[in-house]
Write a protein that binds this ligand. Structure first.
Ligand SMILES: NC(=O)c1ccc[n+]([C@@H]2O[C@H](COP(=O)([O-])OP(=O)(O)OC[C@H]3O[C@@H](n4cnc5c(N)ncnc54)[C@H](OP(=O)(O)O)[C@@H]3O)[C@@H](O)[C@H]2O)c1
Length: 230
């Protein structure tokens, strides 16, 4: 980044399956994104291959300095300690939490039932404004986000309404339908949805190309329902 170029709007930490795809998705939507890696040279090769204007490579420190921060590292791999090195950078910032607190063999979560990755993140970084998103979207979906031409859902959780609005503004133009799924405590449910999605997706032969979309119709009082079975 040259000293005169505007600061990145989003910094992604971790250039793995999710980090690379999310960084590319936000850049395609017109945001200025820095993709941070432990190995900035690898990030440079990855971003050069994509050739997206607005997507630049960097270190974790570069990513943590962006306007909003999205860590794409597993909690079991030391996400909180790693991010702790940049705690001062996170003060007052939108911190987009995508974590599912999987154990090593992906059979369960390492957080207790009365907590969630998102809540643990907020506890650990109380001065950041945590918004949970993309938790139930498997990495492959980002490569081809539409299902029969229709976007799938992203359930968004958070206690700070301004932060949620800031997140939705940042996500403007990305190929998902965003639904406000309530306060951060609802991350307990949203994160565990991933375990069900994984199981059902494998059962149905979809894995990893699957996501949720809530189906429904506008309901009007007095509307005639389907005929009662006789
Ligand atoms: N995979 C999914 O479908 C999915 C869906 C929703 C949410 N998530 C969440 O997204 C986060 C990242 O998942 P992912 O599937 O993208 O993981 P991944 O492919 O394993 O990538 C994680 C990245 O974390 C960085 N990292 C930092 N310290 C590490 C360490 N000690 N060991 C290994 N990697 C380390 C690495 O990036 P650098 O080497 O570039 O620093 C690595 O590429 C997790 O919290 C996960 O729960 C995943």
């Amino acid at each position: 980044m040259s000293p005169t170029s505007p600061a990145p709007e989003l910094g992604v930490l971790g250039a793995g399956r999710m980090g690379l795809r999310l960084a590319a998705m936000f850049a395609r939507a017109g945001r200025r994104v820095v993709l941070g890696s432990r190995d900035p040279e690898r990030a440079a090769r990855l971003t050069a291959a994509l050739g997206l204007p607005g997507l630049t490579p960097g270190s974790y420190a570069d990513a943590a300095r962006a306007g909003a921060v999205l860590p794409a590292v597993f909690i079991r791999d030391g996400l909180f300690d790693l991010l702790g090195a940049f705690a001062a950078d996170l003060k007052g910032k939108l911190l987009i939490d995508i974590s599912n607190p999987f154990n090593a063999d992906y059979s369960d979560y390492i957080t207790p039932w009365d907590s969630s990755g998102a809540e643990e993140m907020q506890k650990r970084f109380p001065r950041a404004r945590v918004v949970g998103a993309y938790k139930h979207v498997y990495w492959e979906v980002f490569d081809e986000p539409l299902f029969e031409g229709t976007p799938s859902d992203v359930l968004v959780v958070g206690d700070d309404e301004d932060a949620k609005r800031a997140f939705l503004a940042l996500a403007e133009g990305t190929p998902f339908r965003y639904l406000d799924a309530g306060p951060l405590i609802n991350a307990r449910t949203v994160e565990r949805l991933t375990l069900i999605t994984g199981r059902l997706g494998r059962q149905m032969g979809y894995y990893p190309r699957m996501n949720w979309r809530l189906l429904g119709e506008a309901w009007q009082e007095g509307r005639k329902g389907p005929a009662a079975p006789v």
